[in-house]
Design a protein around this ligand. Structure first.
Ligand SMILES: [Zn+2]
Ligand SMILES: [Zn+2]
Length: 482
């Protein structure tokens, strides 16, 4: 059985990093940069990376964007981040990798040209989309050359809401009569999935995990206007109806959970993840009684009226039920609620936009760590992070939550990093207590789980002979040369 590999094609926000206005010293600076610039900088410039009186790029205050162009920062290239996206792959019976790309956003072409040659990715065998934002699907048009060379349509898996957005944005991708002719267009095969679908793609088991990614506040449809001559009526003010944007996370082979854009995880989705172990035990156990196995499979596929027929050209827009609507998940919410099965999730990949600030459509660090503790993940990788927090700073934050106080290595961003860590530890998300006993920061240290910032080019693997997960140094692509 081939191991399952996951390749980080992108780990950044919709804008990607670095940001041009940071590099051009365009003002005003985002106020969030103040969280990482030592307050003494006005009078006595700090030692290290940021030097307000120095020459470019030393005078860029944003440590993240500066590092991305400053060759003196050893791992600075890890601050070049494309739209969050991964390739999941497994070898088929002929020993060929079958590559599934999760999200093809605005930076897909750029990221593919950076990493596919290094990784030996020669085919795009399927694409799975999380939601209908530009950083998740704007690269669909760039699949055209892959379709041409592969000589067959590429299957695309997406929910109905995302399909409708894609159809509105790129009519010619779903209806060839909308193409004016002359230019090649990608040939895509559309597979509309339910929000809790489970399905197989090239021997990889995929479980969709619906999460909330911010909230719409739409006004209900207008009622009929009074006609001329009818009695004048007072129309009551229309109240906008809050409705979550559903973004699909995915679980691959019940080993890797990928949640790229999230502000709230419904209980039913937590259950889909934590219940995976019952199924896996059934799969692995030696069965005297075949009905046990069948029960397990039934449970596994109970959500899997997975793939609906390819829709017609004028799909209706169903409203997403908003019964479990909560705008932003409280922070933190679920200490010590580990999986009842006691099993550990091997790999969790989760959205963490900022270390301290909260956001209406993304998790921050505390929320992401809360999810990691709840799932008791063996390793958690953060994706979707924004500036000015650099890769080095994220690493130092993670180190401090593992209780590692040792000497920091010599690094140009140490002054800014110390300021950020001090602000982080003073913030009530980490310093406050939920039950009057332990602060969130102390609980994290006791938990001791491993969490790291991901980076574009990193490759991880599960299901190898020796079990557990591995970071594959040889397979990973990186360095200033890329
Ligand atoms: Zn920046
Ligand atoms: Zn989004």
């Amino acid at each position: 059985m081939s191991p399952l590999q996951l390749l980080f094609l992108g780990t950044g926000t919709s804008s990607g990093l670095p940001l041009a206005p940071c590099l051009t010293l365009s003002e005003p600076w985002p106020w969030s940069i103040a969280q990482t610039i030592p307050t003494s900088s006005a009078k006595s410039p700090p030692k290290g990376g940021f030097d307000p009186n120095g020459s470019w790029p030393s005078n860029i205050p944003c440590a993240c964007c500066r590092s991305a162009v400053h060759r003196d920062v050893p791992e600075g290239w890890k601050n070049r981040r494309g739209n969050t996206s991964v390739v999941v792959r497994k070898k088929d019976k002929k020993g060929q990798w079958r590559n599934i790309v999760v999200d093809v956003g605005k930076t897909f072409r750029e990221q593919a040209t950076r990493f596919f040659p290094r990784w030996g990715v020669k085919t795009v065998d399927a694409v799975i989309l999380t939601h209908g934002h530009a950083d998740a699907y704007f690269g669909l048009d760039d699949l055209r050359e892959w379709c041409t060379r592969q000589g067959k349509p590429i299957p695309i898996y997406l929910n109905r809401a995302t399909y409708e957005i894609v159809a509105n944005s790129f009519p010619y991708l779903v209806d060839k009569s909308a193409a004016s002719g002359g230019g090649d267009i990608p040939t895509l095969q559309w597979n509309i999935i339910e929000n809790e679908a489970s399905f197989e793609v090239f021997d990889i088991h995929v479980q969709a995990l619906p999460t909330h990614h911010g909230v719409y506040f739409r006004s209900p449809p207008e009622t009929a206007l009074p006609t001329a001559g009818s009695a004048s009526t007072k129309v009551p003010p229309v109240k906008p109806v809050p409705e979550p944007l559903i973004c699909l996370g995915y679980m691959f082979d019940r080993e890797i959970v990928y949640i790229s854009d999230v502000s709230f995880i419904p209980e039913t989705t937590w259950d889909l993840i934590t219940n995976r172990y019952d199924v896996r035990r059934d799969d692995n156990a030696k069965h005297d009684n075949v009905s046990d196995l069948i029960d397990g499979v039934k449970r596994l596929t109970s959500h899997s009226k997975a793939i609906l027929p390819t829709p017609g050209m004028t799909p209706t827009r169903p409203r997403t039920p908003s019964s479990d609507f909560i705008p932003v998940q409280s922070v933190p919410s679920s200490f010590n609620r580990r999986s009842s099965s006691g099993g550990r999730l091997p790999i969790l990949i989760i959205d963490a936009l900022f270390p301290i600030r909260t956001h209406s459509s993304h998790f921050n660090l505390a929320q992401a760590l809360d999810a990691a503790m709840r799932l008791d993940a063996e390793i958690t990788y953060f994706v979707g992070s924004s500036h000015p927090t650099s890769h080095y700073m994220w690493q130092e934050i993670c180190r401090s939550f593992r209780g590692e106080d040792g000497q920091r290595k010599d690094h140009p961003d140490n002054d800014q990093c110390k300021t950020l860590l001090r602000n982080l530890m003073a913030d009530e998300q980490f310093s406050g207590t939920q039950d009057g006993k332990e602060s969130f920061a102390q609980k994290l240290i006791h938990w001791g789980g491993r969490a790291e910032p991901a980076w574009d080019g990193l490759v991880v693997q599960v299901g190898a002979k020796d079990g557990g997960f591995q970071e594959l140094e040889n397979e990973s692509a990186g360095g200033w040369g890329i």
